[in-house]
Design a protein around this ligand. Structure first.
Ligand SMILES: Nc1ncnc2c1ncn2[C@@H]1O[C@H](COP(=O)(O)OP(=O)(O)OP(=O)(O)O)[C@@H](O)[C@H]1O
Ligand SMILES: [Mg+2]
Length: 690
C-alpha cells in the first residue's frame, strides 16, 4: 500500500452485480485467401460459429490483426505477394498476435515436408483443399470455443480482481475511520484532561451515591486519585461542606425522579481546602426506557465563584459608600453649624469657669464627631485629597516619629524599601494615616509581640492582573504581621465601616474603611490577605507619580500666614438657614458686614441692586437649582472683579475642576481661623490683581 492509509482517496465500491461476465461480442475468425470463391465458401461454412472477417492477402490480414482480436486465423498457403508462411511468421513475431492459433489451408502441398514447415511456422493445424466443411467447421469450432472459454476465464479473473480491490478499499476505509475515531477520542480526552472537569458514570440506585469517575484529571482537581476515591465509598458525602451537606444530598436524591440535576456545593479536597464544584448529571435509560445510570460532570468553578464574590464585595462597598457618604455629608453641615455656634458663644458670652468647661467639652465632642465624619467621608471616597509625588523613604521618617510611643516594646518594625522605588502619586498625609492604621491593626493582632514588616516595591500591572487596577505602574506598600489572622468570614467584612472585633472604645471599625476609600479615590487599590493563625498582609497599591520632582515637605503647614482682612462687605449664599446664620454670625464677629441670600437667584438679585458693591462673595457649593459654582459663574458675568469663596461639604471633583478662575475652596467644617485665612487670601489676591 502506498502512503499513509489516512490519505487514501475514497474509491467508490463498484457495483459488481450490475456487470456480469461481460457478454463478449461474437468470436471473430480471420479468413485469408486470395481466391474470392474460397473466401465465400469457407465464410459460408463458418458463419454461425462467429463473425468471419475476410482478407485477400497477407498484408490485408495483418491490417485486420492490428485492429482487433481473433479466435483463429485460417491462412491460405499460396498467395501472390506475401505467402501464408511469411504472413504466419510476422504474426508469430508480434506480441499481440503470437498466441492466435493459425490453421493453414493448402490445395497443393500435401507433402509431409510442407506440413512440417507449416507447423514450424506456428500453425496448429493443416487442412487441405478442397476443404470438407464438416471437418473445418468442427476444427474451427474447437478454437472458437477455446477462445470464448479463455475470454470467460479472463472476465472472471477481472471480476475477482475487482472484488479483491473493492475489499481492500473497504478495509482501508474502515481502518481510516477507526483511526479517525481514535484520534477524536484522544482529542476529547485531551480537552477534558485540560479542563477543570471530570466525567463520571453512576449507578442509578447506589446508596450512598458512588460516582465512578471515567475521565478527566481528578487528581489535579481534588487531590485524590481515581483509586483513592473508588476505595472509600463514603468519601463524597464525608467531605461535603457542613453548610451545604443537607441541601446537596437532598438534591442528589431528587434527581432520581427528575432525571437530571445541576448542583453547586463546596467540597473538601485532599489538602483540606474547600473548592466550589458544579455537579451536573442526566439519567440514561435502556432500550425499554428503564433507568440505567447517571452520566455526569464535576466541574471546579472555584475561580468563577471567587471572581463573583469579589464583584459582589466591590458592589457592596460601593453601595455602603454612597449611603455613608450621603449621611456624612448632612452631618458635616450640621456639625459646621454646631461648632460655629459654640465658637461664637465662647467668644461673645462672659461665662463662669464651670460653664466654660462644659462648653469646651461640648466643643471637643463636636470636633470628635466631625473627625468621625471625616473618616466616613474618606471611606466614601469624598475627602478632599491633595495628591503630589511622594517619596517613599520620607514616609518612613514621618511614620516612625508618629509611632514612637504607640507600639510598645514587644513589636518590632522592619522596613524593606526596594532600592529605586518610584514616587507614589497620592496625598502624603493620607498615606501616613493609612500606614498608621495598618500598623496599629498589626500591633493589635500580635498581643504577645512579634515583627511587623513594611515593604515598598515597584509593580507593573497588565490588563486584568490585579482586581480593580488599571494597567500601569504602581508602588505597592505592604504591611505584614505574624498575628492572629482573620477568618474567611470576617475577611469579607473587615473593610465595612464600623466592623470591628475590638472591645467597645478600643476600635471604631473605621480604620480599614478609610484606607480602602483613600486607596480607591487615589486610583489605587487596597487588599487584605490573611490566614487564621498565620498572620495578615495588607497591601496598599498607589499609582506611580508622573515624571516630576517631589514637592518638599507637606502641602499644608508651611504656607505663610496672611494678615487678617478687616471690615469686608460680604455676600453670603447658603440654602441651609441654620448653617448660614452661624456662618454669618462668625463673619460678623470677625468684623465684617454680611448680606445673606438663601439661594443663587436671590444673591444675583442682590448683586444687581447693589451694583457689585461687595468685597467677597461666599457661597455654599451644594444648593438646589443653582449650585455654588453655577451661581459664581453667573455672578462673574455681572461683577467680573469680585473675589469669591466656595464652601463645600465634600470634595466633589466637579467642585474643584469646574470652579471659575480665582475662586477659593473652604472645606466644611471650618474654624473661624480658617475662614479668616481664606478671606485674607482672596482679598489679597484682589489687591495683587488690581
Ligand atoms: N492585621 C490584622 N490582623 C487581624 N485582624 C485584623 C487586622 N487588621 C484588621 N483586622 C480585623 O479587622 C477589623 C476591622 O479593622 P479596622 O482597622 O477597620 O477597625 P478597628 O481596628 O477595629 O478599629 P479602628 O481602626 O477604627 O480603630 C478589626 O477589628 C480586626 O478584627
Ligand atoms: Mg484599625
Amino acid at each position: 500500500m502506498n502512503g499513509p492509509v489516512g490519505e487514501m482517496p475514497v474509491a467508490p465500491v463498484p457495483d459488481l452485480d450490475a456487470t456480469p461476465a461481460e457478454t463478449p461480442e461474437r468470436a471473430r475468425v480471420l479468413l485469408v485467401d486470395d481466391d474470392e470463391r474460397n473466401l465465400l465458401a469457407v465464410a459460408n461454412v463458418l458463419e454461425d460459429l462467429g463473425e468471419v472477417v475476410s482478407a485477400r492477402s497477407g498484408e490485408e490480414a495483418l491490417r485486420h490483426l492490428l485492429k482487433g482480436e481473433f479466435a483463429v486465423i485460417l491462412l491460405d498457403v499460396y498467395m501472390p505477394g506475401m505467402d501464408g508462411y511469411e504472413t504466419a511468421q510476422i504474426i508469430r513475431n508480434r506480441d499481440q498476435t503470437k498466441g492466435i492459433p493459425i490453421v493453414f489451408l493448402s490445395a497443393v502441398n500435401k507433402e509431409t515436408e510442407h506440413q512440417l514447415r507449416g507447423y514450424s511456422m506456428g500453425a496448429v493445424d493443416y487442412v487441405f483443399k478442397p476443404v470438407d466443411p464438416i471437418i473445418l467447421r468442427s476444427k474451427v469450432a474447437v478454437f472458437v470455443d477455446l477462445f470464448e472459454k479463455s475470454k470467460e476465464i479472463e472476465a472472471k479473473a477481472r471480476q475477482e480482481q475487482a472484488l479483491l480491490d473493492a475489499n481492500l478499499r473497504a478495509n482501508a476505509e474502515r481502518l481510516r475511520a477507526e483511526q479517525e475515531l481514535r484520534r477524536a477520542e484522544q482529542r476529547q480526552a485531551a480537552i477534558i484532561q485540560s479542563l477543570p472537569m471530570v466525567l463520571y458514570l453512576e449507578p442509578f440506585n447506589a446508596h450512598p451515591r458512588r460516582p465512578n469517575y471515567v475521565s478527566g484529571d481528578l487528581e489535579a482537581i481534588t487531590g485524590y486519585t481515581y483509586r483513592q476515591v473508588a476505595d472509600d465509598p463514603n468519601i463524597w458525602a464525608d467531605r461535603l461542606h457542613p453548610d451545604d451537606r443537607d441541601r446537596t444530598i437532598a438534591s442528589i436524591e431528587a434527581r432520581r425522579k427528575s432525571g437530571r440535576s445541576s448542583i453547586e456545593y463546596r467540597w473538601m479536597c485532599a489538602d483540606g481546602s474547600y473548592k466550589h464544584f458544579l455537579d451536573q448529571a442526566v439519567l440514561l435509560r435502556d432500550a425499554h426506557g428503564q433507568p440505567l445510570e447517571f452520566a455526569g460532570t464535576l466541574t471546579d468553578i472555584s475561580e468563577q465563584r471567587s471572581l463573583e464574590m469579589q464583584l459582589v464585595q466591590a458592589q457592596k462597598m460601593d453601595a455602603i459608600g454612597k449611603l455613608t457618604g450621603g449621611i456624612a455629608h448632612d452631618f458635616n453641615n450640621l456639625l459646621a453649624a454646631v461648632i460655629g455656634g459654640l465658637g461664637l458663644i465662647e467668644k461673645r458670652a462672659q461665662l463662669p469657669d464651670e460653664q466654660r468647661k462644659v462648653l469646651a467639652m461640648t466643643k471637643r465632642a463636636a470636633e470628635q464627631g466631625s473627625e468621625l465624619v471625616r473618616r466616613l467621608l474618606a471611606f466614601a471616597r469624598r475627602q478632599k485629597l491633595e495628591p503630589h509625588p511622594v517619596e517613599i523613604p520620607t514616609l518612613r521618617e514621618a511614620v516612625s516619629d508618629l509611632l514612637l510611643h504607640t507600639l510598645g516594646g514587644l513589636v518590632n518594625i522592619e522596613w524593606q524599601v526596594e532600592n529605586g522605588v518610584w514616587n507614589a502619586f497620592a496625598d502624603q498625609a493620607q498615606i501616613e494615616l493609612a500606614l498608621l492604621n495598618l500598623i496599629i491593626n498589626g500591633r493589635d493582632a500580635m498581643p504577645g509581640g512579634g515583627t511587623l514588616t513594611i515593604a515598598a516595591e515597584n509593580r507593573q500591572v497588565g490588563d486584568d492582573e490585579v482586581q480593580g487596577l488599571e494597567a500601569g505602574d504602581y508602588v505597592r506598600l505592604a504591611v505584614t504581621d505574624t498575628g492572629t489572622g482573620i477568618s474567611p468570614e470576617d475577611l469579607d467584612r473587615v473593610m465595612d465601616p464600623f466592623f470591628t472585633t475590638k472591645d467597645v472604645g478600643k476600635g471604631s471599625g473605621l480604620g480599614l474603611s478609610m484606607v480602602y476609600g483613600f486607596a480607591t479615590q487615589s486610583n489605587g487599590a487596597f487588599r487584605i490577605e490573611s490566614e487564621l493563625g498565620a498572620g495578615t498582609t495588607a497591601e496598599l497599591w498607589l499609582p506611580r507619580a508622573p515624571g516630576e520632582q517631589p514637592k518638599a515637605g507637606r502641602a499644608t503647614g508651611d504656607k505663610p500666614r496672611r494678615r487678617p482682612a478687616r471690615n469686608l462687605r460680604l455676600l453670603l449664599v447658603d440654602d441651609h438657614v441654620e448653617v448660614r446664620s452661624t456662618t454669618a454670625a462668625v463673619l460678623e464677629d470677625l468684623g465684617h458686614t454680611v448680606e445673606q441670600a438663601s439661594n443663587g437667584a436671590e444673591a444675583l438679585e442682590a448683586l444687581k441692586t447693589r451694583e457689585c458693591d461687595f468685597d467677597v462673595l461666599i457661597s455654599d457649593y451644594a444648593m438646589p437649582h443653582l449650585s455654588g459654582t453655577e451661581f459664581l459663574r453667573e455672578a462673574r458675568e455681572i461683577c467680573p472683579e469680585v473675589p469669591a469663596v466656595i464652601i463645600t461639604g465634600y470634595a466633589e471633583a466637579e467642585a474643584i475642576h469646574d470652579r471659575p478662575e480665582g475662586v477659593e475652596i473652604l472645606q466644611k467644617p471650618f474654624t473661624a481661623g480658617r475662614l479668616e485665612e481664606v478671606l485674607a487670601q482672596v482679598s489679597d489676591a484682589r489687591v495683587v490683581a488690581g
